[in-house]
Write a protein that binds this ligand. Sequence first.
Ligand code: DGL
Length: 276
Amino acid sequence: MKPAEQGPIGVFDSGYGGLTILREIRRSLPGYSYLYLGDNARAPYGTRSFDIVYDFTLSAVKRLFEEGCSLVILACNTASAKALRTIQQRDLPRLAPDRRVLGVIRPTVEALGSVSRTGHIAVLATPGTVASQSYTLEVGKLYPEMKISEHACPMWVPLIENDEAYGPGADYFVKKYIDRALDNDPETDTIVLGCTHYPLLLPKILKVVPEGIRILSQGSLVAASLSDYLGRHKEIDSRCARGASVRYLTTEQASRFDHLASLFAGEEVHSERIAL
Ligand code: DGL
């Protein structure tokens, strides 16, 4: 890989979910240029094995590097849980020692210390993220006194990827998974949406979550953490292009991506289809 030059900040997700992160990042850091990549053709990742998620994620990261990104955010919990550590520790030193890849789990866990009163947290995530126990492990390191339970919501991502997030069919599965989490630990006072797709179901989630329980979405947490990171790593920051622009890549048919992405991003999206 040739030495890093100035390029956009790469934001990667298996599909549409990373748009919820990108929206908040752009809100807090509007002056930078961004390149979004959604691997929609191969989503969902959440039910795939460790090795497959790692392979898919690495191929996406390499592509974003080729597009000029010096910094890539894995705006996907499943990829952060299953691929980030190996990419950071094994692949980057060999492939691109001057580039960086960051995830979304650590910034989310760091924020927990200041939000929960009871210390009882429910994390809702994909089956893959739950199986990796990444949240339990990270919380254990930072806040060993907290009681955390992780719950898989396997139907939520397919509903979103298939344009059913706002349809009546989604209500059943939203209530089912929220009820299960709260029945499991009635002292829960904070629900973490530990999948970047889930904020797209927020209107329905809010309808069934009892008052007094806090719902934590990751977008603003990741944005604040990125801003802090760029402030502390001037060598990376200087290689992140400014231009207040965003370009979208997808592995699905572009017109299909554009339709839902425009809804989720709250503005018109025009993407280009790529193969990974
Ligand atoms: N949005 C992703 C996450 O945060 C994964 C969704 C999927 O592809 O299953 O986990």
